[in-house]
Ligand binder design. Structure first.
Ligand code: B4P
Length: 192
């Protein structure tokens, strides 16, 4: 099994690179953002509660996203591996993920962190907001709040993996295919 965490601030290119990685490595893509948006689209109670937080650029409670990931792991027990996109976003989520994966004897191989400066992130999010219809991409104040929440609540997750010797940073600015090649190289190194 190959289990990867794709990490980075909102707008760093996690979703973009995940699409390419799942094709190359045949992995199951678990994006907590996508899972939450499908709950919102389905009008579930969980979705309605999550929407109020997401629209304001805030994180959804840990137990909600951990529960969603737990269900998906159970549903995909024969998968060749997973790419975790946008999860874990807090140290508590990272600890829960390690615990869940211990049941499958398939720990995280590596965390790939996409590094992009704040101003480029805001530019990308607002550009996507012109067409995505995502409420959290629409105005600058919300985009800035998301980046600030990332810096305060999510950045410590990088230290968590770094302490386990599982952290690899990649420059997330530049050509999408070049960034993809750099990510693949880090993945291959982690498998040696
Ligand atoms: P996500 O869906 O994870 O949204 P995101 O951070 O914006 O990342 P995304 O993958 O969509 O964007 P990407 O960087 O690919 O989360 C949304 C919300 O859900 C969170 O704010 C939170 O409320 C909630 N949530 C999700 N997971 C949670 C968790 N675990 N715990 C608690 N709450 C959670 O791309 C952005 C744009 O950049 C795109 O338009 C793309 O085309 C462009 N781009 C990508 N690469 C580029 C490049 N190299 N050059 C130029 N542009 C590029």
């Amino acid at each position: 099994m190959l289990n990867l965490v794709l990490f980075g601030p909102p707008g760093a290119g996690k979703g973009t690179q995940s699409e390419k990685l799942i094709q190359k490595y045949n992995l199951v893509h678990l994006s907590t953002g996508d899972l939450l948006r499908s709950q919102i689209a389905a009008g579930t109670e969980l979705g309605l509660r999550a929407k109020q937080l997401m629209d304001h650029g805030l994180l959804v409670p840990d137990e909600v996203v951990i529960g969603m990931i737990e269900n998906k792991l159970r549903e995909n027990q024969s998968a060749p591996g997973f790419i975790f996109d946008g999860f874990p976003r807090t140290v508590l989520q990272a600890e829960a993920l390690d615990q869940l994966l211990s049941h499958y004897q398939a720990p995280i191989a590596t965390m790939i962190a996409l590094v992009v400066n704040d101003e480029e992130l805001i530019r990308r999010l607002l550009k996507r907001g012109e067409t995505s219809g995502r409420p959290d991409d629409r105005d600058e104040a919300t985009a800035r709040r998301r980046v600030s929440v990332y810096n305060k609540e999510t950045m410590p997750v990088a230290d968590y993996y770094s302490q386990q010797g599982k952290f690899a940073a990649i420059d997330g600015i530049g050509n999408i295919d070049d960034i993809f090649q750099a990510i693949c190289q880090k993945i291959e190194e982690s498998r040696l």
